[in-house]
Design a protein around this ligand. Structure first.
Ligand code: ADP
Length: 584
């Protein structure tokens, strides 16, 4: 006994099928049915069990006894551009391979050279063990309606109007696809490349649409469960890989087998139905933002050159709109960041001013009242007040220096005066400068720099870099020990600053080196978010790198690596260093 596969065939129990097959709920096609139904049942052995007179008329052949490998004697399945379709991709071939084919229009070249368009429905018939025992093919001759002329300029004008109505071009992508479906194909989707949270590339389906409501859900489901993935074979449209137009005349079983990630994926792909596919890159200003893909169920209507040109132009314009929208978003974000920064900067600049002016006012009052009494102000009181004043003035000028540095860097005016220096001595000098503040805070400062490590750097800028790293280690180091290490590493000098403080979350590790970026709340820690930005700019100007590793809650280590430049021979001999220097 055989088991039928397609919904329209349930209940078929014997090869005597003709009377029981109905045309049931086949979807309407853009064709006009011309005549009665042809029907054939071909066993997988090739034996023809049923082949009615109408089928013989459709294919223009006498009733065959056998049909080997789905090849109808003397007939050729062709695409509408005349190129032949392998018999295994024909409805009969697909059904014999186990795949049902819903009502769709196919072209056949008959032995007498005439061409006919047939509306075909095919279904595998399975034996009890599940194996395909036969395939049933039903045909109607149809008169294909002429393909609607493509009004490219109207569509492009409508697309332009759509995309320019909103500054958020992405919100208009779904309506944009409505212009293409069903005018150009039964389905369309738009895939965009976007940066992920760790800076990696993520592919995102920004919009998708299918003309058929059921398949629309199916397509959405398929794209959600099996999103485009550039690491999978066939996981992205060819236009995204090559940046060129990609064509797939028909999605064959072999394609499904090659691209399906599992059985469920293959099932969804098959359920979408046989379709051809055209993908065009979304290119703008030299970059590639993604791809626009159109699927066509009527695979015999190949995508023509006009359609390809139109889609390419539409994709280009869409990419320009998306690019402009991105620039607009970035400009707004930059303005927002600047405003936020101005708020923080004013607050930071004001903070030292308050104790400064309080101290000055107090001193003033004391001077006046003591003068009235004819007395001098005690020296230690003046010294103590001046100490506060000096500390706050230093803090203020540090902030202003940072601001000036940023504008210098932005304008490309960071000048370096290189000289031979020993990084170990520079680190020792900076630690010495911090020793009083560290002792006051109860923080232990350590230096591990057994040998001089010489290179050619700008002294003030190098001091600034080390100062920034050490001051951060003290600021965020929760009072626990801070250790600075210096060593030579081949042609590089390496300085590490290790603390055991609050640490940095993995997602913030690279961001904190950007301008104004901070990973702590300004309520708990002051700061402009500029120190590490300036540090990185200086280090890069030296040709080096700076990075951080951290376990949140356990501390952070900042690693600075600087090329040592051309170091004169005398320097090396004068500071002959055993160990690490020798492997340089
Ligand atoms: P800020 O003036 O805010 O300290 P920086 O550019 O020096 O600016 O640092 C940027 C951010 O990096 C800080 O706001 C803080 O979140 C984080 N950070 C820097 N150094 C450390 C560290 N040693 N431990 C933990 N977080 C740090």
């Amino acid at each position: 006994m055989m088991r039928a596969q397609s919904p329209g065939m349930s209940g078929i129990t014997s090869p005597a099928l003709e009377a029981r097959v109905t045309d049931g709920d086949d979807p309407p096609l853009p064709t006009r049915v011309m005549d009665a139904e042809g029907m054939m049942l071909v066993e997988s052995t090739g034996r023809v069990t049923v082949f009615n007179a109408q089928a013989a008329a459709h294919f223009g052949i006498p009733v065959p006894l056998r049909i080997e490998h789905a090849r109808l004697p003397g007939c050729e399945w062709v695409r509408d551009d005349g190129t032949p379709l392998p018999p295994r991709e024909s409805p009969l071939g697909r059904a014999l391979a186990g795949e049902p084919v819903e009502a769709s229009v196919w072209h056949v070249l008959r032995p007498d050279g005439t061409r006919v368009a047939l509306r075909c429905t095919a279904a595998p018939v399975r034996a009890r063990d599940g194996q395909v025992a036969a395939a049933l093919l039903r045909t109607h001759a149809v008169e294909p309606l002429p393909a609607p002329a493509l009004d490219a300029s109207r569509l492009l004008a409508e697309a332009g109007a759509l995309l320019s109505t909103s500054v958020d071009a992405e919100a208009q992508l779904e309506p944009l696809l409505e212009l293409l479906v069903p005018a150009l194909g039964e389905a369309a989707l738009l895939i965009l490349r976007t940066p992920g949270t760790l800076g990696e590339e993520v592919l995102r389906v920004a919009a998708s649409l299918h003309a058929d409501a059921r398949r629309h859900e199916l397509l959405r489901d398929l794209l959600t469960r099996y999103p485009p993935d550039s690491s999978m074979p066939g996981g992205v449209p060819p236009a995204l890989v090559s940046g060129r137009v990609g064509r797939l005349p028909i999605l064959t079983e072999e394609h499904v087998a090659a691209i399906a990630r599992d059985a469920e994926h293959a099932r969804l792909l098959r359920e979408l139905g046989p379709h051809g596919c055209l993908s065009v890159p979304l290119g703008a200003r030299g970059g590639m933002l993604g791809a626009l893909v159109v699927l066509r169920s009527n695979v015999l209507r190949a995508f023509g050159p006009d359609e390809e040109r139109f889609l390419t132009e539409l994709a280009h314009r869409t990419a320009l709109y998306l690019e402009n929208a991105r620039l607009y978003r970035e400009a707004r974000e930059a303005v927002r960041q600047r405003d936020e920064f101005l708020g923080i900067a004013s607050h930071e600049l004001k903070t030292p001013l308050t104790p400064l002016s309080l101290k000055v006012q107090l001193l003033q009052k004391q001077v006046v009242s003591l003068a009235r009494e004819g007395k001098d102000v005690p020296t230690e009181r003046v010294a103590e007040a001046l100490d506060v004043v000096q500390r706050q003035v230093r803090r203020l000028s540090g902030l202003v220096d940072n601001l000036l540095d940023v504008s210098r860097i932005t304008a490309g005016r960071l000048r370096l005066e290189l000289e031979e220096l020993d990084l170990a001595s520079v680190a020792a000098e900076i630690l010495y400068r911090f020793s009083a503040a560290a002792a006051q805070a109860g923080t232990e400062l350590g230096l591990e720099a057994p040998v001089p490590v010489v290179g050619r750097w700008d002294r003030l800028r190098l001091e600034q870099v080390v100062t920034n790293l050490v001051s951060n280690a003290l600021k965020y180091g929760a009072g626990r020990p801070v250790v600075v290490g210096v060593e030579a590493h081949g042609p590089l000098a390496r300085l590490t600053v290790k603390d055991h403080g609050i640490g940095i979350a993995p997602g913030d590790l690279s961001r904190i080196f950007e301008r104004f970026e901070r990973a702590v709340s300004d309520r708990h820690y002051g700061g402009l978010g500029l120190g590490l930005y300036i540090t990185r700019q200086i280090v890069e100007a030296f040709g080096g790198t700076v990075s951080a590793v951290s376990v949140p809650g356990e501390g952070a280590t900042f690693i600075l690596e600087l090329p040592r430049g051309d170091i004169p021979e005398e320097w090396l001999t004068a500071h002959a260093a055993p160990g690490p220097l020798q492997d340089a």
